[in-house]
Design a protein around this ligand. Structure first.
Ligand code: EPZ
Length: 422
């Protein structure tokens, strides 16, 4: 199993290009199931979850070219001329919950889907009841047996739907299904993440009729069929936010290129409140970390609020900030597993329910730590960059799911980090 060895205390400096967004690319790959023609995605990140989605699509007999290349030349071509098994099997769903994103497109196009029920994961129970309820409202018959969900429908029928709670992949699944439904679907209380607007851009390029993606009311006029399209995936705002914290926590000076600064407003505002200097420069973002950051409280929220996917990385910075930061996690019920690992490195963090109280600054010292999920592993790498001595991060397969060769990128900026197997 791969691990990272990090020698902390090196200031990061230089320029970095941020890759495409995993959480946009995953539903966009699933969208290929809506048509028999070719979908080409560019700026595809070279990360494990993308390979898993490609395997899942290949299992359904989607013709797949790629994923290949990386950075801006990362691309995949997908053609779902026929779908032999409209099924997401347990083996793939258990390694990647986002496999559930094939449910909406499959039932929308073929009238049948069988998807293994995703279980809970390290960060929470993460049910898919809202996806299923919405598909039922569109006329699908849903049954759950032997750990699988089956959805059947002759043709879905558009209707007005209100999500009881904001769900990102739920909004994506239903938006995709509704593109081929009869009549109009109105999604109320829809998620507004930039990844949803990006998916809608791809679907519109495929011939779908969608209005309001990026607002909480999305209107979709069903069409009989969709067609080929090419699409460039938006930059990964969470990877960009992670590198902003890397610059801040090492007192560094980084220029991030290929980012969408407006997708990062809440993160930039929070880091600015901590005293981190961030400014737009030539279409990118420059971050300069200086003296100790100042503590600031954070509540995670749905977009455009502060993202739960940046909470762990922010906690690493809070350990180095002057004063007490109260971090409140409102999206997932168990997303503080990184806190106890940071405490082992010398941080002063107490967790009470959905709040973590971080008192800083405390000097961190390198230690052996275990990554529990994707963003937690990124936060431990950040803590390792700021720590004195050697940090060993175990289970870095989590980080490979969503960050493109993070150790090479950090090394190019002056970090002392290497991957090894043990
Ligand atoms: C997406 O997960 C992201 N994944 C997550 O990224 C991200 O943390 C999350 O949105 C929140 O921003 C992808 O886009 C592939 P939700 P998703 O449905 O869609 C509850 C990362 O690190 N809920 O918006 O699964 C749920 O339990 C990750 O890249 C229900 O109760 O999240 C949670 O508490 C991890 N019933 C809340 O809603 C449902 O049917 C929001 O979850 C669906 C969700």
């Amino acid at each position: 199993m791969d691990k990272f060895r990090i020698e902390g205390g090196h200031r990061l400096e230089g320029t970095l290009r941020v890759g495409g967004a995993k959480n946009a690319a995953l539903p966009e790959m699933a969208a290929c199931l809506l048509t028999g023609e070719t979908i080409e995605l560019r700026n595809l990140p070279r990360v494990r979850d993308i390979q898993t989605m490609a395997r899942l699509l290949a299992h359904m007999s989607v013709e797949t070219e790629g994923p290949e290349g990386e950075g801006e030349s990362g691309r995949v071509r997908l053609r779902a001329a026929t779908i032999s098994h409209a099924e997401a099997p347990y083996d793939l769903v258990k390694t990647m919950r986002a496999s559930v994103l094939v449910l909406g497109p499959l039932v929308g196009r073929t009238g049948y889907a069988r998807v293994s029920m995703p279980g809970g994961c390290a960060i929470g129970a993460r049910p898919i009841d809202l996806h299923l309820k919405a598909l039922e409202r569109l006329g699908a018959q849903i049954t759950t047996e032997h750990g699988y969900v089956e959805a059947r429908a002759k043709r879905l029928r558009g209707t007005r739907l209100l999500f009881d709670r904001i769900t990102v992949t739920g909004t994506e699944n239903v938006m995709m299904a509704a593109t081929l439904a009869e009549g109009e679907t109105i999604l109320e209380n829809a998620a507004r993440e930039p990844e949803i607007a990006d998916l809608a851009r791809l679907l519109v390029a495929m011939g779908a009729k969608i209005e309001g993606a990026s607002t909480s009311t999305i209107r979709i006029q069903g069409v009989p069929s969709l067609h080929a399209a090419e699409h460039k995936v938006i930059p990964d705002r969470i990877a960009a936010g992670t590198f902003l914290v890397a610059g801040a926590i090492t007192g560094g000076d980084l220029l991030l290129e290929g980012v969408e600064p407006e997708h990062l407003d809440a993160v930039i505002d929070k880091l600015a409140e901590c005293g981190v200097e961030i400014r737009r420069e030539g279409g990118g973002l420059r971050v300069r970390g200086g003296a100790h950051a100042q503590a600031a409280n954070v509540d995670t929220e749905e977009y455009p609020g502060f993202p739960t996917d940046m909470q762990a990385q922010y906690m690493a910075l809070a350990t180095q900030a002057e004063g007490t930061s109260i971090i409140t996690e409102t999206i997932f019920e168990n997303r503080f597993l990184h806190a106890s690992e940071m405490v082992r490195m010398g941080a002063d963090i107490s967790v009470r329910g959905n709040q973590a109280i971080v008192r800083g600054p405390t000097p961190l010292t390198g230690a052996a730590v275990i990554a529990s999920d994707l963003r937690a592993s990124a936060s431990l790498v950040l803590a390792g960059l700021a720590a004195q001595g050697t940090t060993i991060v175990d289970r870095v397969y989590h980080i490979d799911r969503g960050y493109e060769r993070i150790e090479e990128k950090l090394r190019s900026l002056g970090a002392c980090i290497e991957r090894f197997s043990a």
